[in-house]
Design a protein around this ligand. Sequence first.
Ligand code: F6R
Length: 609
Amino acid sequence: MCGIVGYVGQRDASSVLIRGLRLLEYRGYDSAGVAVLTNGDFALRRSVGKLQNLEDLLAESPATGHSGIGHTRWATHGRPSEANAHPHRAGRVVLIHNGIIENFLALRAELRANGRDFSSETDTEIIAHLIDGYLSDGDDLAAATRRAIARLEGSFAIVVMSVDEPGRLVAAKSATPIVIGLGDGENFVASDIPALLDYTRDMLFLEDGEMAEIDSSGVRVSEFDGTVVERDPRRITWDPVTAQKGGYKHFMLKEIHEQPQAIIDTMRGRLLLEDGDIFLDDFDLGKEWWKDVERMDLIACGTAWHACLVGKFFIEKFARIPCNVDYGSEFRYREPILDERGLLVVVSQSGETADTLAAVEEARRKGVRSAAICNVVDSSITRRADAVLYTHAGPEISVASTKAFVTQLTALLLMALFLGRRRGTLSAEECRELIEAMVHLPSPLREALALAPSIETMARRYVKAENFLYVGRGLNYPIALEGALKLKELSYIHAEGYPAGELKHGPIALISETMPVVVLLPKNGSFAKTLSNMKEVESRGGQIIVVTDVEDDEIDQVARDVIRVPSVHPMLMPILLSLPLQLLSYYVAEHRGTDVDQPRNLAKSVTVE
Ligand code: F6R
């Protein structure tokens, strides 16, 4: 959830940058910085913590000039620190970046071999070094940036400046947003529209694979290969709220589409690919706390409880610690057995859910360690728990949870891998394989989101349904529960989730031609068994909707609708499968005309018991 702002014109650049960063503050950050061109060189000011710290620094030590770039950062590669804060400087270049460079280890090794020194642990700094290197070959800033981005794998939005070309910004975009604000004798660049609405409503949007050269008098857009792009600006008439919805009809749809970025933000700074390990320095339960954990209780409500059910799979598989999962509202009243060898983990988006909070308090009363996986910084639960692992999903405004859920899954996986490595139940090799799969996950997630138009069409066929079943197996069974919950709360259609193998123990009696059954059918060890469950449904006339990564004619013959998703590591399938189910619920509800962002009778944060 990093924020980007850039400016070139006649105003005081520092003030424009700070104002823009303030308007992006809701996205969260751990450090911030600006670089302003002052008397032929860059004044670089960076600080950890609140934006106010950066403002205080600028008050003490002003950066005066009319062009510059600014950034708020959530740590990715490397901890939150001043050295890791953006902008990064390499030689003649300063640069800010959102996203993750997946091949940064190889590039860093290459640059080191060429005598380059690094002053941070970030993947970003290597981009600045690449560009500076190409400038030394005689390229101008745009050409050097073009050559550098041709070397990058991963997602990025960058803005770069060079001392040699004052008053010029070069921006490039691949999978992470960049918007350019057009002014009169001044121009702006940002990661998000709200950052610029105080200055201009005329905006140019970069597409993936495009670059922009920006100075105070104009903007030149081109593709990475240099082909010039002619694009008319759009006038943004959105009020501030619509601007925050990013132009989507609902916050929910925006948040569904933010999920690839949200899980990147959860993983930031926590993956040690080289070592095959997980780094959780913000999660501290005391010295070597993991050694004597003999059991874990995972407690939450609603969607977060579904995340815990998947978390149990992760923790038991990788850390071999027995796990109990319970609803907050049940746990507190059943005299739970807790002792000092246990660890209680609560999972909550809001950090305010009364029943979940009560579980933490119960743990405190009994002298048991507690930890929270939470999204909202400094919420009640985070203040009560002994340690917190933040999900960094950014604000979730839609009442129905989407990006909070997939980031909870991601955080639980990180916790399981962390414990597995410390306790010796997971090898560095196995951990590295999973980390690699996690780093690559955003692309298949984007492919799954690209299915939205076909899911929208498909959803029309089910608007009149009165009941739905969702079935899955193993770690995808909780995703069936979550799919059913999403449909219920958004569309008010009755829906149930079951383990696929349970169908014949009762629920199969419900199957008729009017019953849509969503079958989660990923390629894994239980594929054949779930396929035969699906045939049981078919032979009773049920309308089958399959979500699968398998190309198989048999599936197409049996199913009424097939949602075909990309394949990912089986442990990451619960995250991937969540997306089409969210879209299905969203579009069924949309077609039924319900209030998607604020379904009836529901509240975003349930602070009553
Ligand atoms: C469903 C949903 C709820 C919440 C539940 C817990 O879409 O959002 O089921 O998951 O109320 O809320 P948090 O995570 O804030 O504790």
